[in-house]
Design a protein around this ligand. Structure first.
Ligand code: BES
Ligand code: ZN
Ligand code: ZN
Length: 489
């Protein structure tokens, strides 16, 4: 998709079709040239509503407000309405009185995220004819804005949306085509193609040398061998060091605590944290953020077999703690325990883990919302604010000392599951907390993306399947750190 930001009135720009967003209840806007027709059609400008007038080469789309996420949804709806046309280029204006770059960013993101499709396994490929988008910097009142800041916003939006779409591709790819080894190859290729990104791959021998007993146990029964992927981006004079740890279960069958068949399908999505971590660092490098960024990915397959790890086994994690396995389907926390310990050796200023960790998080917050858990309220707060701007939904789940006790084991230092079936998203976080060093407690956030990472229906500007959850909120959060010099306590 080619974006052009043009400082000319929208009516003077040549294109095959025009998109006009209609803020509900403001049907009198001067860009609405077809008011009578729209009234006859019963068009009210509600969100989800579109009116395509092919003879006029114009499509109207309702928008609830000029909040970024409403704009993303509306422009995506407008494009859906002309999906089957053969238009090559469209034009759109900025609809704002005071801050055009924000709207331009949202428009570009809505266009790129909303037109994503995954057709790798279809014999007939989707063909979207629109290749060029022209954005006029004319505002609500007819004033033309300087092109420069709008152009920059569109370029950033392109980087972030393309990273999100790349994460969707990884997640949507089948477990056969995206094994731990293939995921590692993907990461290496990305590093090669992205200025400033380096990639280290650790194989089974490396994991053994690092004494990652929990990670190794999870991967043992699979014929696909595990990989630790360590990507890094180290710009000169970096202000801070951030680390993102991603759960990369390229398939989660549940292991010997086998999942029932209806829960097993979609478990190719258990690599969503990894897909996000790979693309967060890619976006950070392309945006040239002034931070050192690392992504640590635990890539493995949780399978059954004669050598599978078992309920009743006791594993020794990298930090020396012993873990009683009571359910082999609670495998993500075992892989993350070792990866989080490894990540702390990098002495991060702040670090995050992204994981499709628990079904309980989906029960708690619904399928569209990621759970945010951490000890530092200011870090949680700054993250939630950035996530909201990015268009990702988050909900905070609180610490609870009674839940923490439920992970006790009579035979090992802790059990990999809680003794209660309630509060599963929080107990999973509190399990991980056992692998965070005392001095790092306030530097860490746990992001449970099990809900939004993979949804089997279209929602907003997201498609059925992977949504690239985690990429946008983490990149937006890092971008915010360049604006303010925050202390997280
Ligand atoms: N990968 C799953 C969690 C999951 C569930 C992700 C639904 C996406 C959608 C994870 O490994 C798992 O199986 N967790 C168990 C934990 C339980 C055994 C304590 C779960 O949530 O049931
Ligand atoms: Zn599992
Ligand atoms: Zn899992």
């Amino acid at each position: 998709m080619n974006f052009e930001v043009i400082d000319t009135k929208i009516d003077e720009i040549q294109s095959d079709c025009e998109i006009v967003l209609v803020v509900s209840k403001e049907l009198k806007h001067r860009w609405i040239k077809d008011l009578d027709t729209l009234k006859t059609m019963g068009f009210k400008g509600n969100s989800k509503e579109t009116a395509f007038l092919p003879h006029k080469n114009i499509v109207y789309a309702g928008v609830d407000s000029l909040e970024s996420d409403d704009i993303r949804t509306a422009i995506s709806n407008a494009l859906k309405a002309i999906k089957n046309s053969n238009y090559k280029s469209i034009k759109v204006g900025l609809y704002t009185e005071n801050c055009p770059p924000i709207n331009a960013r949202a428009l570009a993101e809505g266009i790129l995220l909303g037109t994503y499709s995954f057709d790798k396994y279809k014999s007939k490929k989707d063909d979207f004819s629109i290749k060029g988008i022209k954005i006029s910097t004319e505002d609500y009142n007819g004033k033309i804005y300087a092109q420069e800041s709008t152009q920059k916003a569109v370029e950033e939006a392109q980087i972030i949306s393309e990273a999100t779409n790349a994460a969707k591709d990884i997640v949507n790819t089948t477990p056969f085509d995206m094994t731990p080894k293939k995921l590692a190859t993907y990461a290496q290729k990305m590093a090669k193609e992205t200025d400033g990104v380096e990639c280290f791959i650790g194989d089974e021998k490396f994991l053994a040398k690092e004494k990652m007993g929990a990670f190794l146990a999870v991967s043992r029964a699979s014929s696909e061998k595990p990989r630790l992927i360590h990507l890094s981006y180290k710009p000169k004079n970096a202000k801070k060091r951030f680390v993102f740890v991603g759960k990369g279960l390229t398939y989660d069958s549940g292991g010997l605590s086998l999942k029932p068949s209806e829960h097993m399908v979609t478990m190719k999505s258990d690599k969503s944290g990894a897909a996000a971590a790979i693309n967060i660092i890619r976006a950070a490098a392309l945006l040239k953020l002034p931070f050192e960024v690392h992504s640590i990915i635990g890539a493995a397959e949780n399978m059954i077999g004669g050598n599978a790890y078992k309920p009743d086994d006791i594993l020794i994690a990298r930090n020396g703690k012993s873990i009683e396995v009571r359910n082999t389907d609670a495998e993500g926390r075992l892989v993350l325990a070792d990866c989080l310990d490894y990540a702390q050796d990098l002495k991060p200023d702040l670090f995050f883990d992204l994981a499709t960790l628990t079904g309980a998080c989906v029960v708690a917050l619904g399928e569209y919302t990621s759970g945010v858990m951490g000890h530092s309220s200011s870090l949680k707060h700054s993250f939630a604010k950035a996530a909201k701007k990015s268009g990702e939904l988050t909900g905070s789940l609180p610490f609870n000392k009674y839940l923490k006790k439920l992970l006790k084991s009579s035979i090992a230092d802790l059990s990999n599951i809680s003794t209660s079936r309630y509060g599963g998203a929080i107990t999973a976080w509190l399990f991980l907390d056992n692998f965070i060093k005392e001095e790092n407690k306030d530097k860490w956030l746990h992001l449970d993306i099990a809900g939004p990472a993979y949804v089997e229906k279209d929602w907003g500007y997201n498609q059925c399947g992977a949504s690239g959850a985690g990429v946008r909120m983490c990149v937006y959060w890092m971008k915010e750190q360049t604006l303010e010099n925050k202390e997280h306590k």
